[in-house]
Design a protein around this ligand. Sequence first.
Ligand SMILES: CC(=O)SCCNC(=O)CCNC(=O)[C@H](O)C(C)(C)COP(=O)(O)OP(=O)(O)OC[C@H]1O[C@@H](n2cnc3c(N)ncnc32)[C@H](O)[C@@H]1OP(=O)(O)O
Ligand SMILES: O=C([O-])CC(=O)C(=O)O
Length: 434
Amino acid sequence: MSQLKDTLFRKIEEQRPRVTRLLKEYGQVELDKVTIAQAIGGVRGVKCLVTDISYLDPEEGVRFRGKTIPETFAALPKVPGSEYPYVEGFWYFLLTGEVPTMEQTLEVVADFQARRPVPQYVFDALRAMPRDLHPMAMLSAAIVVMQGESIFAKRYNEGMGKGDLWDPMYEDSCNLLAKLPAIAAYIYRLKYKGDTPIPSDPELDFGGDFAHMMGIAPPYDDVARMYFILHSDHESGNVSAHTTRLVASALADAYYSLSAGVNGLSGPLHGLANQEVLRWIQSKMEKLGGKLPTEEELERYLWDTLNSGQVIPGYGHAVLRRTDPRFSAQMEFCEKYLPNDDLYRLVKMLYKVAPKVLQEHGKARNPWPNVDAQSGVIQWHYGITQYEYYTVLFAVGRALGVLANITWDRALGYPLERPKSITLDMMEKTAGIQ
Ligand SMILES: CC(=O)SCCNC(=O)CCNC(=O)[C@H](O)C(C)(C)COP(=O)(O)OP(=O)(O)OC[C@H]1O[C@@H](n2cnc3c(N)ncnc32)[C@H](O)[C@@H]1OP(=O)(O)O
Ligand SMILES: O=C([O-])CC(=O)C(=O)O
C-alpha cells in the first residue's frame, strides 16, 4: 500500500468512532433551525452538511484542513525551482490532513504518472463532438464516457461491503485526477489550437505536465499549480461540491459523480462566472474601440448592468462577507508577474469601483469580489484568451476537493442524501396563513 493510502486508512479508522459516537449518543442534538426564508431561499446558512476537507468562514475565507491559503502554500513541498507546491502533495494533504514530506509527495507524483494515460476512446469521443460545443460540456462528457473504467462500480457489483467502498472510490478518484490535465489540455488544443494536441511528458508533475500539454512556457506551470490548489475546495455546500456528493451518496461512482459536479460548476452564478467576468469586460472594451474605460465609464457600465437586471460577475457570494482570499492570492501573483497588464489594471479599477456601486445598489449582501473576478486575467495574460475555457481549469482544480470528499463520505458511511420537501399549502399552514 502507498504511504498516502496507508495514512488515509489510519485517519479513517481514527474518524469512524467519532461519527458513531456522535450518531449514537448525540444524534438528537439540534444544530440549526430552518426558516421559511431559508427553505425558499436555497437553504442559505443552514448547517446540515459535514466535511473536514475545508471550512469557509464568512470573514476569513477558506481554510484547507485548518490552514489558510498562505499557510497551505507555505507548508507544502515545492516543485524544485518553483514557488508553488506540488498539486500531488496538496492531494495528500486534502485527503489526510497531514502535510506530506517531499518523499511522500514524490510517491504520489510517481503514482499519478503511472495512472496518467487516457484511454484513446476518450479522445475519439471528444473529436466526434461538435467543435463549437462548450468546453465544459466536452469535459463532463469525457469524464462520464470513462465510467466503464470504474473500479468502484465493479467492486459494488461483486458485492463489496459498504465499509470497504472507500478503497475503490479512492482508486477511481486517483485514476480520474491523474487523467484530467491531459483531457483538459486536449480539449484546449483540439478546439482552439488547430487540433494540435501535445502528448504528456511522463517525467513532469501534475501542474508542470498540464502547462506542457497546453503548450505554454513557465511560469505557467506555477500558474497551473496555484490555480488548481486555489479552486480545489470551498466546503461542501457549493453547487459543484454538493452535486458531486449528492450523486455519490446514491453509490454512483466517481465518474458519474464528478461529471454531475462539473455540470453544476458550468452555471454562470457558480464557476462559469470567471468566463462571464472576461466577457463582460471585453464587451465594454469593444464598445470603447479596444480602449480601457475610465473610472467614470466603468461606474456607468456597472449601473447599466445592474439596471438591466443582470449581476456583476465575480462579485458577491453566498457565504463570504469580505474579499475572497482566493482573489487576493491571485492579485498577489498579478502584482508580482503582471503589474502593468492592461486587463489587470482594469480588474484593479473594478475592485475600487464595484463594491461602492453594489453597496449603493443595496441588494447584494456581499459587495466584495470572489475568486472569479481575478482568475481570467492571469489566464489571458499567458495566452488563454478563449475565456469560455476558464471554467475547465476551475473544474480540474475542483476535482481535487470533491473527489477527496466523496472518498471520505464512503469511508465514514454517510448515507443517501434525501432532504424532505413540503408543499406551499403546508408552508402557509405552518406560517398560520390558512
Ligand atoms: C466560485 C463561485 O461560485 S463564486 C460566485 C460566482 N458567481 C458570481 O460571481 C455571479 C455574481 N454573483 C451572484 O450572482 C451572487 O452574489 C451569488 C450567486 C454568488 C450569491 O447569491 P446570493 O447568496 O443569493 O447573494 P445575496 O444574498 O447577496 O443576494 C441578494 C440579492 O443581491 C443580488 N446580487 C448578489 N450578488 C450580486 C452581483 N454580483 N450583482 C448584482 N446583484 C447581485 C442577488 O441576485 C439577489 O437579488 P434578488 O434579491 O433580486 O434575487
Ligand atoms: O462557496 C460557494 O458557494 C461558491 C464558491 O466560491 C466555490 O464553490 O468555490
